[in-house]
Every structure is written in structure tokens, then in C-alpha cells.
Design a binder for this molecule. Sequence first.
Ligand code: ADE
Length: 244
Amino acid sequence: MTLHLDYLTLFPEMFGYLHTSILKRAHLSGLITSAVHNMREHATNKHRTVDDKPFGGGVGMVLKPDIAHLALQHLALPTHARILLMTPQGRTFDQAFAKELAKETHLVFLCGHYEGIDERVHQHLVTDEVSIGDYVLTGGELPALSITDAVVRLMPGAVGKAASPQEDSFYHGLLDYPHYTRPASYNGWDVPEILMNGNHAEIEKWRRREALKRTFERRPDLLETAELSASDRKYLAELSAERL
Ligand code: ADE
């Protein structure tokens, strides 16, 4: 099933990323189609104004609701389209959210810029409000592209066999294990012996433990929701005991 992606923005020149690397390949193989739309085309006055001063006073400009509405109407969207508004006030994007969006067939990214977007857009025109983290960017374009990347790489066939998204950090809710390549020894820095003895069962066990150890040390919050086996739990209990 092809995933169609629409972007509503005031800065269409920011979307070159859609045509590089994995997203480029996804277009070429027909896995995704995309269109970038300049919301300024829906400005009605001669100055092509898209934003205005906030009612009640204050600094900055607010994206007008009519502009977003006209831009969305122009897309003539099917009812199943998910309309995602990029905003730091939204639901925080994570790998579980990426998996959810990878099942969709039509995503629309509404990207504001500067101070904000008229609240009526949030209330009446979108299906989801999404944040990529607790920091404020100048606009929703980088969030839209980050989300697109994380979603498309989960689609079957998007990422080559060599690098499977199932192996990615977070896929099973854990941080990734460490990776090494040649040379085996560089500048006195050695690759762990176990990776070079060819015992695949031992290597898998070591990688799993390294992933668990890193997650335990750096992001213990992830262990609450990760998929853990009985032997994972036993190893984590050992790590906890070592700490005491
Ligand atoms: N727009 C500005 N900052 C943002 C963020 N952190 N996430 C989503 N959209 C944004």
C-alpha cells in the first residue's frame, strides 16, 4: 500500500530531505508519494499575508486560521487522512507513535512557523497534535521531516535487508547494543573478543545484555515498557544487585 504524504508549509524549500537516501528510494520504489504545498498561495490580500498580530496583545505573529483551512480544503482529503499539526504542545513522538503512523495510507503535516497558530486550527482542523520533544524550534518543518523519516523506515521494503529497522535502537523498546567494524585493533582500542569468535548464539546473548545494560544505565524509564524475557529480567536483577 502506498503512503501519501502532504506537507503544508510557508518554506517549501526546506523539503529537499524528502529526496535523499531512504526517502528518495521509497519514492522511486512507489512506497510513498509526496507533495509540498506553499500555504502562502492561499493568502487573499495583495500583500499575501499569512499571519497577524495576536488578539489581546503580545509579541510575535500568529498563523491565520483561514489560511490553514483554505490550504487543507484545496487538498480535498479523503476522510481517513491523518492531519498532524506540528507543535511543542502535542503528544510526544516516539517509536510506538511511529509504528502507529506507519499503518496509515495518508498523512498530512501542517507546519507552522514563528510564534504560533490560531487555536481554531488546533480545535477544528487537525486529527493529531505532535511534538518531537521538549524544546522549541522555529517551525514545524524539521519535526515533520523527522517524523516522516522515522515512519517511512518502518514500512516493509523501505530499508534494505542489510540494515533492518527491527534491529534499530528502540524497536524492541531498548537502546541499541554497540557496533564495531574493522580494524579489530586501532590505536590500542580493541573490539570485544566475543564478536570475533564466530559463535553466533554467544554474540546474540552478548548484544542483548549490552542493550539491557545501556538501557539500565542511561534510560531506566524504558525498561518499564520494553518487551523483556525471563532471562532479561534475571540479568537486570543482577545489574541492580551490583549497584547496591
Ligand atoms: N514546532 C516548534 N517546536 C516544535 C517541536 N518541538 N515539536 C513539534 N513542532 C514544533
